[in-house]
Design a protein around this ligand. Sequence first.
Ligand SMILES: [Zn+2]
Length: 399
Amino acid sequence: MAFSDAHAAVDLLRTLVRAPSPSGRERPAVAAFAAALRDLGYDEVVVDGVGNAIGTLRRGDGPTLLFNGHLDTVPTGDAAAWPVDPLGAEVVDGRLWGRGSVDMKGALAAMAVAGRQAADDGFTGTLVVAGMVQEEVGGLGARWYGERNRADLIVLGEPSDRGLKLGHRGRIEMSIELPGRIAHAAKAELGANALTRAARFVLALESLALPAHPSLGRSTATPTQLRTFPEGGANVVPGRAELTLDYRQIPGDAPEAVVARLAALDPEAVVRILEEVARSEDGAVERRFPRVNGAYLLDPGHPSIAWAAEVLGAARGGAAIDVGTWWFATDAPYLAAMGAPILGLGPGDPEVAHTTREALPLDELLAAVDEYRTLATAFLRGRVPWEDAMTPTFDRSAR
Ligand SMILES: [Zn+2]
């Protein structure tokens, strides 16, 4: 049937790129994705309470495999800065161009088609394909979904450059307020300059010793924005400065420890983790949470990794599979609430995500369809493969 054709993934990706979905306003892409899942014959297709689109294929008793991705994108920005129409989904030199092609409508298109193919091949268990909303902002979609569902294995399709990804550093968005005393700039000696104080704080960050991790590197503290008050006071010694900091955190570098470490740089600094109020597009759900997207790292000894590397390696003619980590944050920390290992595997080069060069090579998209299909049929055999001690699918001693 036509939908089992891998090229259906190209058509679906084109449809999704042409359905704009900046975070919080994803409805056109959610509707297009849900319609595609119905056309592909998924048994159940729902849009949940916050707007995530979810398709399910049930084939008897067995484990649940979740293919997960996000339907929202960062904004296109200035369309004139792109070499092509950012929402045109044009194919040039074998690449499908446009916002979201790599991050990450391509993976979702591949997952949707691969799930259908796996069902046609025959499997035992449940396969779910879920497109989240609001990943690029506070993660409301995955927070909501992760709290309400379970799975035995999650494949997260963020671009992974053909490798398997086990996680990433966390992100904490912080504000640091530095005090001063307002004065006329012509009599600056009567004031205390909060901007100068903020400058000292920024320089102190450069020599701050931050903890390191063997596979994720170091935590980092990057100042990104600075505001002084009163605003517009070009001839006023500022009485207050507010610095925004993007902190990338390795596992175990707890937010409270981060706050304390930064506060120690200036006894009068007020260090806070910023809060976010997230709303579903229809306004029905509102959540307030700190701007913390925690670190996620699957235990490198988890048997799912060797299992997946073996299945993928065999599918690639015996090639070794690169196992590493992402340099950017994802929905994984929220999906971790589902209690399943999360493996990152998605088509495309993450370096072009969020840029005006975002384009997905079609051969990578088609390869992803095949690989997701292979993983699904290998996993959905009635039992979680690595829990079946009688017929191991991989050799623990070979790792
Ligand atoms: Zn993404």
